[in-house]
Design a protein around this ligand. Structure first.
Ligand SMILES: [Cu+2]
Length: 191
């Protein structure tokens, strides 16, 4: 027993260390919009979907060829929703703006030029603590597909036995009825 618990402690320690170290090693740069960069008429929510952003990762807003025609404001949820730029904040304007995700939580970014934000140039993400268990963001996508498969499986499983049972019952009922009729006919004809 002692040996076991010692072994488990070592494993637990190794797991804890790797949980701390691995996210640090894997700090990622996310190029917002990938090849499309930071522009209008792009679905940044679709782009962000399925990505896991951790503290220490960076967002890169690329609009170099269109520098001066876009910018990046870090805003709050209300400003994001209403597409309003804060008066007291200077936007990023280099065309290759890197934003280090320093803290966990919900983050919002918009372009403050013209009606670009309204035209879809805005991004909302959730940043996770390093070492945060991956399941925490996945429950939202998972529960949706998970309940649906059981239903189709049930419905697909249920109908086959039901019709076959019903058919069997119907067939045997028909056979019985026919037998009775035949017997009756036989008796009648013989009588
Ligand atoms: Cu813009």
């Amino acid at each position: 027993m002692r040996r076991r618990s010692g072994c488990c402690k070592v494993l637990a320690a190794a797991a804890a260390i790797s949980a701390i170290l691995i996210p640090c090693v894997l700090a990622k740069d996310y190029v917002v919009g990938d090849d499309k960069g930071w522009t209008i008429n792009f679905d940044y929510q679709a782009w962000a979907q399925g990505k896991l952003f951790f503290v220490g990762d960076s967002l890169i807003f690329n609009y170099g060829p269109e520098q001066g025609r876009h910018n990046v404001f870090k805003v709050n949820g209300t400003a994001f929703k209403e597409c309003t730029t804060p008066a007291d904040v200077q936007p990023l304007t280099t065309g290759h703006d890197r934003i280090l995700l320093k803290t966990a939580g919900r983050k919002w970014y918009i372009c403050g030029v013209g009606f670009h934000c309204t035209a879809g140039q805005r991004l909302a993400i959730t940043v996770l603590e390093q070492g945060a268990s991956v399941p925490s963001p996945s429950p939202s996508p998972l529960p949706l597909p998970t309940p649906s498969p059981p239903l189709p499986t049930n419905s697909t499983n249920a109908p086959p036995p039901a019709p076959s049972a019903a058919t069997k019952a119907a067939v045997s009922g028909f056979v019985m009825a026919f037998t009775v009729l035949a017997a009756g006919w036989d008796i009648m004809t013989k009588a």
